[in-house]
Design a protein around this ligand. Structure first.
Ligand code: FMN
Length: 314
């Protein structure tokens, strides 16, 4: 299947494994997905610089195919990480949280394709004006950092496509080939899956985390931190304590302090899925098995073909 994104990035299938701190902060997941013809994306956020350098080297040794790198541009480590990425001539950048403009010329010089993660029409237009090559558009179903506006993927992707000309990777709420087909039908040029890839042996999170994703139903996530930088995570002790504080009218300072008592690391690294931020999307309810990432990618492609055939028969 050829789309503007497969052509731009030189990948076989219009399917991205989303950048996920901890879950995709290792080389194994990225290599498996890219080698299977998708776009594997390394989440650099939680890595120390020396570990980041090592993981980038492992990916370069493990695949000849295009792969992507996510750096949160507002991180204190961003400058150093960008230098490492530049030296490594990273094929694809999937940048988030911060302005891309000042970096584009330098990376364009080494042939890097620059995608920018946005969660609103306003940010999509700004990124287009800055000169990025394509967008990743996150809707409210997404695990991790959904749009504060709480607009769904179905609506936000469509609206962004009305306003910008760039290729769009739709993200949030998809866990199988039928979902991928739906968003391609909507006009997206590729589709990104995060939560689905947590349920793989390669994902770098604690077994308790993977088990929690498998057990979750579609209505068992929580949108935590309205008014801050909100996250979507599985409903657990921490999320319920936070919701109770909101209900009793806690001040924004109290809520912010409470928000900071928990972390993704507590869940992903330590396996505390009760008190940690078990970031995952509504699509957790669609995930029922742990599958090696390369095999999963091929299954998604097969399901996508089946969905297309089904539509063609209607
Ligand atoms: C555990 C987890 C960690 C995430 N970490 C990041 C991150 O470091 N950078 C980023 O841009 N997005 C991050 N995200 C968001 C994903 O890139 C993606 O947008 C989201 O997973 C898509 O929704 P889905 O989970 O419904 O597939 C994270 C998501 C999850 C579930």
């Amino acid at each position: 299947m050829k789309t503007r994104i497969t052509e731009l990035l030189g990948i076989e299938h219009p399917i991205f494994q989303a950048a996920m701190s901890w879950a995709s902060s290792n080389s194994a997941l990225v290599i498996a997905v890219s080698n299977a013809g998708g776009m594997g994306v390394l989440a650099a956020g939680p890595l120390r610089i020396e570990d980041f350098r090592k993981v980038v080297g492992e990916i370069q040794a493990g695949t000849q195919k295009p792969w992507g790198l996510n750096i949160p541009l507002n991180s204190s480590k961003a400058k150093e990480m960008l230098d490492v990425a530049y030296e490594a001539r990273v094929p694809v950048m999937v940048a988030s949280q911060g302005g891309p403009r000042e970096h584009l010329e330098r990376f364009r010089g080494i042939g890097t394709k620059w995608l920018h993660v946005v969660a609103s029409v306003e940010h999509a237009k700004k990124a287009e004006a800055a000169g990025v090559d394509a967008l990743v558009v996150d809707g409210v179903e997404a695990g991790g950092h959904p749009p504060p506006s709480e607009v769904t993927t179905l609506v936000l992707v469509r609206r962004v496509l009305q306003e910008v000309k760039l290729p769009v990777v739709a993200s949030g709420g998809v866990a199988d080939g039928a979902g991928i087909a739906a968003l391609l039908a909507l006009g997206a040029d590729a589709v990104q899956l995060g939560t689905r890839f947590i349920a793989t042996p390669e994902a770098g999170v604690h077994e308790n985390y993977k088990r929690a994703v498998l057990q979750a139903e579609v209505d068992q996530t929580a949108f935590v931190g309205r008014g801050l930088a909100p996250i979507r995570q599985l409903r657990n002790r921490f999320a319920m304590d936070y919701a109770a504080a909101e209900r009793r009218g806690a001040s924004s300072a109290e809520l912010e302090a409470l928000f900071k008592t928990s972390s993704l690391k507590l869940a992903a690294h330590d396996g505390d899925v009760s008190r940690g931020k078990v970031e995952a999307g509504q699509s957790a309810g669609l995930v029922h098995d742990i599958v090696p990432a390369g095999e999963l990618l091929l299954r998604l492609v097969k399901e996508l073909e089946e969905a297309r055939e089904r539509l063609a028969r209607l």
